[in-house]
Each structure stands twice: as structure tokens, then as C-alpha cells.
Design a protein around this ligand. Structure first.
Ligand code: FE2
Ligand code: FE2
Length: 466
């Protein structure tokens, strides 16, 4: 985990040195020793950063600074001047590529520090032969081969069927067939690697009414998405997906009166409920070909970082990484889903609840990463705009979770639009303001439209810049 910390520090430091060099250049001559040192410091860090990657991208959006896909915390306050400097030059993104030379970096800093001229910065850089630093505005790209929402939906339904058959087998006291599960997990894992958004959008739906099976599939998808974001791939990724799918299998032995009880459980009933972790581990351990991780995760998934939770009195142990990932996906999905005893919460509400549960509930680094991954308004979320229209999030902004691309589907009066309008909420008008801003998530159950229906058509390009 310490590499994550080092990585964050390095990102902060890179932006800090870039800002310092730019500020210095507008104050001192290039030959000034202070400037020489400042550029050399920046160059050293760029070289180090580019040692194991092809490029590093720094994005500036509103007051936020994002390096690669991670937002810097507390960056805004100390960098306000620098961010404004860039905004005046219409620079939203700076990318350093491997092969960067000190001369290029010096030329770049000089041009960046200069007063905004009539010629755009990118063409001035090109004229000076700077190849390994590029600047530009942020665009939403679709590099990944998207499998599309319809294919994701088919896969999701197949996964639900598979979850049901595993559940039924376990309930009947038979051994769940890992071969069935493995096939579906393989497809889900492949999709997570290629078109995460479509599948994640499906997990956000509350329309499927069978919580047991949707929960199994959702936790599996969300856990694999989180694992994938940690660069876990291949057999290990599948193992996490498998363990996540089966985490609650012990509930086949929990009486259904307890599982579906509307009122709060009594102490005795809760004690019965708690047994699902031990029962689950037991079932999975007996199942041939089940990955070894599955019973471990089933046993541990209600334990917190400080080993409170249940099962109780288990002595000292280190929670498995798989458990830490699955428990975040588990709580997120449980809070977001409709249950007999309460309505599901919107993803932004769930996110803030999970963040308030500070240590020791979840591993904080993993939670932060998960929150980044989910975004504020995941694809398929219904949102209310500052114009009081209701829209469906159709695409996330690569850097700014607050400003997705949306399709307006209901007018201010709540009536459906005949032709939904595609809008980039990050676009500014002539006065430099955002005409559309997302105010909040809207509970899909309070409106009569199905957000998924608006993800299915072929997207016309929005009229504004993209
Ligand atoms: Fe559970
Ligand atoms: Fe669960």
C-alpha cells in the first residue's frame, strides 16, 4: 500500500514543481541560478515519473488538479494562482511524454510563463520543436472498444440466471457448480477490462426486484472493477470476482422470515443472521474447484479493519485484500439497492455515508479509489440540472466527476421531452459560465422513465465542443 502513498506524493510534487518553475520564469531571467535549479528539479521528477510509463497527464478543471486519473487533495488552495494562469491561456491539460528533454522542458516553461499571446500555446510549442510536451483542452474520448449497453445487458441477465442456479443448488444442499460460475465470471471480467461503464450502469439500476441475485452479481462486478483499478488482472481478478459473487452464499441457511423482515431484527434474530459468514465459508470450503479465496472472503466480509463486526472473537488476523475490496462493494450495493425495509439511496448519498464511516470500517485507500471509480454520478444516474430539467448521465468526464455528459429527458415541468437533448455540462458559454450544472441525483423511482432506455440509442454528437 505504501506505493500508493508515494505515488500521491509524487503527483502533488510534480504539480508543485511545475507551478514553481512557471512562477519563477515570470520573475527571473532564464540564466538566474534559482531558475536553473527550479527547472532541473522539475526535469528530475519528470524523468523519474516517466521511467515506468509512457506519459503523465496533468489536468486542470475549475479549481481541481488531476494527475492521470487521480484528483489531488487540497491542491486547490496553494495552486490557485497557477490554475488561473493556465485558465487564461486556455490550457486544461498538460502532458509530458517519455523522451522529454531538458531543452524542451525549458522552452515549454518559457512559453507557458509568457503573457497569453494571439498565437495559441500549442502552435508556439510546435514552432520551438517541443515534441514531448503537449497542451490542450480536455476532451472526452472513447478509445476503449465499448461493448455497448445492449450486450452488457445480455451478459448481466445471464449472470443473474447463473447466480440463481448457484443459489438454488446451495439451498438444496447440493454443491454449487463452479464451472457455471466460472464461465460467467470470465465474461464479466473481460467486460470490466474493456467497457466498465456499461456494466457498472447496470449495477446502478434498482428495477430488478430480486435483491439476492442482483446483489451477488453487483458485488462481483463492483469488486472486479475496483480490483482492476488496482491493476489486478487475469486469474486473480477472476478469483476476486468469484469470491465476491459467493460472499453471502451462507444466507441459503438463514430463515427467509429473517432475511426479508421489514422491522429491525431482534438480538436473537441478528445472531442467526450473523451465522451466514461461517455457514458460507463452510459451504464454499466443501465445494470442489472453488478458489481458496472464496471461503476466506465469505468468512471475513463483515469484519472491519479493527476486526470488530462479526464473526466475533476470531483472534488476531490480517484481513485479505479480497475481503477489503468485497466489503466496500458489498456495503455500497446494499445501501444503494431497494430493500423491503427501505428505499435504495442515490449513489452520491451512499458515497457520503461510506466516507463518513471513517476508519476502521473500510480500508481508506481502497475506499478513496472506489469513490474515484464510481464517480459522483455514474452512467445511468438520473440527475437534476441547475435549469431544473432532469437528465440521464450518459458519459463521465474523464477528469471531472462533477460535470458529466447528460441527456435531458424531462423538462422543467417534469414532462418527457420528445427529443432528448445531449449536453456537455463542462461546456462554458460566451461569458465563461456553465449554463448547465448537475445539482443532485434523482431517485429513479420518483419518475416514470427508465434511464437505461436513453443509453441504448446511438449517440448524436452534441452541438458544442466535445
Ligand atoms: Fe453478508
Ligand atoms: Fe452482502
Amino acid at each position: 500500500m505504501s506505493t500508493l502513498v508515494a505515488e500521491t506524493d509524487r503527483r502533488q510534487e510534480l504539480v508543485r514543481r511545475l507551478a514553481a518553475a512557471t512562477r519563477g520564469t515570470s520573475l527571473y531571467s532564464p540564466a538566474h541560478p534559482m531558475m536553473q535549479r527550479s527547472i532541473a528539479n522539475l526535469m528530475a521528477l519528470c524523468t523519474e515519473t516517466l521511467q515506468n510509463r509512457d506519459h503523465v497527464t496533468i489536468g486542470f478543471l475549475g479549481d481541481d488538479v488531476v494527475v492521470d486519473d487521480a484528483k489531488l487533495s487540497n491542491a486547490a488552495a496553494s495552486l490557485v494562482g497557477f490554475v488561473r494562469h493556465l485558465r487564461d491561456r486556455q490550457v486544461e491539460k498538460i502532458r509530458f511524454a517519455r523522451g522529454l528533454k531538458a531543452d524542451e522542458l525549458r522552452a515549454f516553461i518559457t512559453e507557458l510563463a509568457a503573457a497569453p499571446g494571439t498565437r495559441p500555446l500549442d502552435s508556439r510549442l510546435a514552432a520551438r520543436g517541443v515534441r514531448n510536451v503537449t497542451v490542450g483542452q480536455i476532451t472526452v474520448t472513447d478509445n476503449d472498444p465499448a461493448i455497448g449497453i445492449a450486450a452488457a445487458q445480455r451478459l448481466y441477465r445471464a449472470a443473474l440466471d447463473m447466480a440463481e442456479s448457484l443459489w438454488d443448488a446451495a439451498k438444496a444442499g447440493e454443491k454449487p457448480d463452479p464451472a457455471v460460475a466460472r464461465k460467467i465470471i470470465d465474461s464479466l471480467a473481460g467486460t470490466i477490462s474493456h467497457d466498465r461503464s456499461a456494466l457498472m450502469a447496470l449495477t446502478a439500476l434498482k428495477k430488478y426486484d430480486n435483491y439476492t441475485f442482483t446483489h451477488m452479481v453487483n458485488v462481483s462486478v463492483l469488486a472486479m472493477a475496483l480490483a482492476r483499478s488496482l491493476n489486478i488482472d487475469g486469474p486473480l481478478l477472476r478469483e476476486f470476482g468469484f469470491a465476491a459473487l459467493m460472499h453471502d452464499i451462507g444466507k441459503v441457511q438463514t430463515p427467509s422470515e429473517i432475511l426479508t423482515k421489514v422491522d429491525m431484527l431482534t438480538k436473537e434474530e441478528f445472531d442467526v443472521m450473523k451465522r451466514h459468514v461461517v455457514d458460507g465459508a463452510h459451504i464454499l470450503r466443501k465445494t470442489p474447484e472453488m478458489p481458496a479465496l472464496a471461503p476466506v472472503v465469505a468468512f471475513e466480509h463483515h469484519l472491519k479493519q479493527d476486526l470488530s463486526g462479526y464473526p466475533e472473537n476470531i483472534g488476531h488476523r490480517q484481513l485479505n485484500l479480497g475481503t477489503m475490496i468485497v466489503s466496500i462493494a458489498d456495503v455500497y450495493d446494499a445501501l444503494r439497492s431497494n430493500r423491503v425495509y427501505r428505499e435504495g439511496l442515490s449513489s452520491d448519498r451512499v458515497r457520503s455515508i461510506m466516507q463518513q464511516q471513517t476508519s476502521p470500517a473500510f480500508n481508506q485507500k481502497l475506499l478513496r479509489r472506489f469513490v474515484n471509480l464510481i464517480g459522483l454520478f455514474p452512467i445511468g444516474t438520473l440527475v437534476r440540472l441547475s435549469t431544473h430539467e432532469v437528465a440521464v448521465v450518459v458519459r463521465e468526464h474523464p477528469l471531472d466527476p462533477f460535470r458529466p455528459q447528460v441527456k435531458i429527458v424531462l423538462d422543467r415541468g417534469g414532462d418527457p421531452l420528445e427529443n432528448p437533448v445531449l449536453v456537455n455540462t463542462w461546456d462554458r458559454d460566451d461569458r465563461g459560465e456553465h449554463p448547465y450544472a448537475v445539482l443532485e441525483a434523482v431517485d429513479p423511482d420518483t419518475v416514470t422513465i427508465d434511464p437505461l432506455a436513453f443509453l441504448q440509442d446511438d449517440e448524436p454528437e452534441p452541438a458544442s465542443k466535445s
